[in-house]
Design a protein around this ligand. Structure first.
Ligand code: PAF
Length: 275
């Protein structure tokens, strides 16, 4: 696996790259969920690029940018083992040189839920992924379903700005107790880690109750009661998978989404309904 740390090195590699190229953007601290994206990309493309870049633009004030886990040596080994061809691991200055001021704003799709709780977050995500897509120029972009709103934002980015690239959303990888894998799980202390799988149980219960015909608000309140202390619910909702507008019932192509705080750590999860 080649390592590129500058845009110029990446461009030079890209000029010689095979015609079908898959791209897996990450912020590193890789877990099985990320590696699944890389394996999926490997199985569908002649070559695969992965990036590791902790993007300061998507962290708000008081968020965990400084303590976000970093392990480039470990990430490098893991990505090489999945058959990734090129790892792009730039410095902050390489992506945002002095004077950088352009931003990509995807509009209302990023305003609610994570967007409301983390103002500017999706603008930061869209800006960095927009820049990376521009330089990597892949045919296929791979993102994880766990960050459902981010996936919807990136699909919109690709559509609106006419990137010549498809977006593949890869299902969430879970621990054996149902907890969705996330780089942030490592922040959880013992008590928080024990309670964290209740986020997934809550989502499943919400869906069961809705399917059984329970009124929406009653189902939501009953399911929310399953979130175990010290978990504190930020939201439990049902949204259209494309636009992320809230729905008051399950219907085709929707996500049931939830976010909760366990101590200083926010965790997200969702279930998808194709029909
Ligand atoms: O999901 C992530 O790891 C990040 O938000 C992404 C897509 C790599 C952009 O920084």
């Amino acid at each position: 696996m080649r390592l590129a740390t500058t845009l110029e090195e990446l461009r030079a590699w890209r000029r010689e790259a095979p015609p079908t190229l898959g791209f897996v953007p990450t912020m590193g601290a890789l877990h099985e969920g990320h590696l699944d994206l890389a394996r999926f990309a490997r199985s569908q493309n002649a070559a695969v690029v992965a990036s590791v870049f902790v993007n300061p633009l998507q962290f708000g004030e008081g968020e965990d940018l400084a303590r976000y886990p970093r392990d480039l040596a470990g990430d490098r080994e893991k990505l090489a083992a999945t058959g990734v061809d090129l790892l792009f691991a730039p410095s902050t200055e390489e992506i945002y040189p002095q004077g950088f001021s352009t931003a990509i704003d995807v509009g209302a799709i990023g305003d609610d839920f994570e967007g409301a709780l983390r103002p500017g977050h999706f603008r930061g995500v869209a800006t960095v992924v927009g820049k990376l897509l521009h330089v990597v120029a892949p045919q296929r972009l791979y993102v994880g379903q766990k960050d459902a709103q981010q996936s919807a934002v990136l699909r919109k980015l690709v559509r609106d700005l006419a990137y010549d690239c498809s977006v593949t959303i890869v299902p969430t990888v879970r621990e054996t107790d149902g907890l969705a894998m996330s780089s942030r799980n490592r922040y959880l202390d013992e008590r928080e880690r024990r309670a964290a799988p209740s986020l997934h149980r809550m989502l499943r219960r919400f869906v069961e109750l809705l399917k059984a015909g329970e009124p929406f608000e009653i189902a939501r309140t009953a399911a929310a009661a399953l979130l175990e202390a010290p978990g504190e619910l930020d939201y439990l909702a049902c949204v259209d998978a494309e636009s992320f507008t809230p729905l008051a019932a399950l219907r085709a192509n929707c996500f049931v989404i939830a976010a909760a705080r366990f101590g200083r750590t926010r965790l997200l999860d969702n279930l998808w309904f194709p029909q």
